[in-house]
Write a protein that binds this ligand. Structure first.
Ligand code: SDX
Length: 427
């Protein structure tokens, strides 16, 4: 007999079943709540509400654990290639060599975008934020790949997935090249997926391009660490847009817009700008700590806090270690890293942050590595999107294969009621 909970309302007792996951999480199944009681729940920001069952990613905020399809993020970050992790997230198992080779080959075949997309890119001002250009170009991909919209068959869905996996890194790199006024590079089918990201961003036409293994390894690790994170804001956006049966590219475009916000993926850019401001301010971390704690000041310590992690974000722990290694390997001494470490130590010993369980999150140190790799600040969130793409795809595919209903939350109305209409001459 499965467990249940009881709700007593209007002197009547109602029973609702408990749902238990494979990591022993429990939730109240309230599918019949309104039918039985006439009531709805109210939960701004969905802090207590589960939107779906999922087999893709598990995270434990109290323990600071993160697993993709049952594999720990530590093991994957240390030993896997990003394309392997993308396959794992999307299709549910680590690929055999034959499966990975086929996935890579299928991506290679699709690794071109219509030349007319350059016309759309050209129409943007160079000052346009790359995330805005990326969201637009991703939605525009639908126009050039109309077959990616109706994906009722497994084959159609696979083809749409391969197409976005292939074309997304190209348009991401193009948004960078646009800002810098540089010619656009093409995907090279002789290189790996991650090597292509680097060469499309950094290859210059007037000199030989030499791949840097330090850059490739750091990029690979960062992309894996950003690949999925259960029902975060942008993934929930991808799911709800996709639940209307909008195409995969349109759903991903919506996710890009959600990720752009400074409270979400845009935080990695905001962190670097904050650290640079502190550094320019003589490293006065105490001033910024005070601002972060001042309720009358909208300033927040960017890169700190998390809706789920009430312990260290396991990704932040890995990225912090990697930052030291990458800067050392590249022979870079970046004072911003010391400012970040100083700020972290202060916050971790400050009652305001300790009481609210505010720890560094994935965005706190990632920008320091991106900067060391030669990636400009305005591109940091595009790099986040590049990593998150397979997670968005995996969650979207799961939602469609589970035939989830269209997402349509309820509300509690608190506005005016029964107002008599007055014609214009009476108002
Ligand atoms: C990502 O969800 C995911 O999984 C996201 C992500 C992913 O991989 O997809 O992990 C990626 O988005 C990481 C988060 C990046 N954002 C930031 O670093 C921006 C700074 N952080 C905050 O804005 C905040 O911590 C959030 C948005 C991340 C979480 O906000 P919540 O869960 O809604 O918490 P809250 O705003 O209700 O804060 C609780 C308390 C409040 O104080 P009190 O009202 O209790 O007095 O903590 C305070 C907040 O004022 N607080 C902060 C703070 N974060 C929370 N105070 C100062 N600085 C901060 N950073």
């Amino acid at each position: 007999m499965s467990e249940s909970v009881q709700l007593i309302y209007n002197n009547e007792t109602f029973e609702f079943p408990l749902v238990e996951g494979t990591e022993n999480e429990k939730g109240i199944d309230i599918k019949t709540l309104r039918a039985q009681t006439g009531l709805v729940t109210l939960d701004p920001g969905f802090k207590n509400s589960g939107s779906c069952k999922s087999e893709v990613t598990y995270l434990n905020g109290e323990k600071g654990e993160l697993k993709y399809r049952g594999y720990s993020i530590e093991d994957l970050a240390d030993g896997a290639d990003f394309l392997e992790v993308a396959y794992l997230l999307i299709f549910g198992s680590l690929p055999t060599k034959a499966q990975l080779d086929k996935f890579q080959d299928d991506i290679n075949k699709e690794a071109l975008v219509d030349e007319d997309l350059k016309v759309i890119l050209k129409s943007f001002p160079r000052s346009a934020h790359p995330m805005g250009a990326l969201a637009s170009l991703t939605a525009a991909l639908t126009a050039f790949n109309p077959e990616s919209v109706d994906v009722d068959s497994d084959e159609d869905m696979y083809n749409a997935i391969v197409a976005i996996m292939a074309k997304f890194p190209i348009i991401c790199a193009w948004t960078h090249r646009k800002v810098k006024g540089l010619p656009l590079n093409y995907y090279d089918c002789n290189l790996s997926y991650v090597d292509n990201i680097a060469q499309m961003m950094f290859r210059l036409p007037n000199r030989e391009y030499v791949a840097n293994p330090i850059v490739k390894n750091a990029l690979n690790k960062l992309l894996i660490l950003h690949a999925d994170h259960e029902q975060n804001c942008s993934t929930s956006t991808v799911r709800i847009v996709g639940s209307s049966h909008a195409g995969l590219f349109a759903s991903i475009s919506a996710g890009i817009s959600a990720l752009w916000g400074p409270l979400h993926g845009g935080a990695n850019q905001a962190v670097l700008e904050m650290l640079e401001a502190i550094d320019a301010d003589g490293g006065d971390t105490k001033k910024y700590m005070a601002k972060a704690k001042d309720k009358s000041d909208p300033f927040r310590l960017m890169g700190f806090g998390h809706r789920v992690y009430k312990n260290f974000d396991p990704r932040a722990r890995i990225i912090k270690k990697s930052a030291d290694e990458v800067l050392n390997d590249l022979g870079i001494n970046d004072p911003i890293l010391e400012v970040a470490k100083g700020l972290e130590q202060e916050a971790l010993n400050d009652a305001y942050f300790v009481d609210r369980k505010l720890y560094p999150n994935v965005d706190f140190y990632s920008g320091i590595i991106y900067r060391a790799l030669g990636i400009p600040t305005e591109m940091f969130t595009v790099m986040f999107a590049l990593g998150r793409l397979p997670g968005w795809i995996a969650q979207w595919r799961e939602m469609r294969k589970n035939n989830e209903p269209i997402g349509r939350p309820r509300q509690i109305f608190t506005g005016n009621t029964n107002l008599p209409f007055q014609s214009l001459d009476q108002r």
